[in-house]
Ligand binder design. Sequence first.
Ligand code: FES
Ligand code: FES
Length: 163
Amino acid sequence: MSLPVRFEVNGKEVAVAVEARLTLADCLRHRLRLTGTHVGCEHGVCGACTVLVDGDAVRACLMLAVQVEGAKVVTIEGLSHDDRLTPLQAAFRKHHALQCGFCTPGMITTAHALLSDEPQCDAARVREVLSGNLCRCTGYIPIVQAVLEARAAYRKLDEPGGG
Ligand code: FES
Ligand code: FES
């Protein structure tokens, strides 16, 4: 049996009919063709599927699509609004914080949620928050360096008139 669900993805209203057991990750990838959200472990361990739901970083493999009724979902595709890299993405590039890129969407969405809430976070806090995102090839030092460098851009957003 299909159930109707309406929510916002990357600023656009969507309405889909889904099986009650369909995960948000599969809904995003297979129904909405937002394949930037990756699926690794499918049981909440690797963090590759992390998206933002009402501003919080969540594992889309552990959430059902029907649970996001009325919510605002942002995927990796929704973090940049033009053809340029965001400061966080640019920092990943500068620090060579990715190789195969499989973990990168989850790293970026997780770090974006952290920096949006805590633009003053220190390296220990970045490591703590990213400890739920597994990278099998790059190593974490450049990833942490990239997130730390991107803090400046999020601090500017926090300032009066910063947007
Ligand atoms: S695929 Fe969701 S946490 Fe691994
Ligand atoms: S860049 Fe390959 S798994 Fe992280």
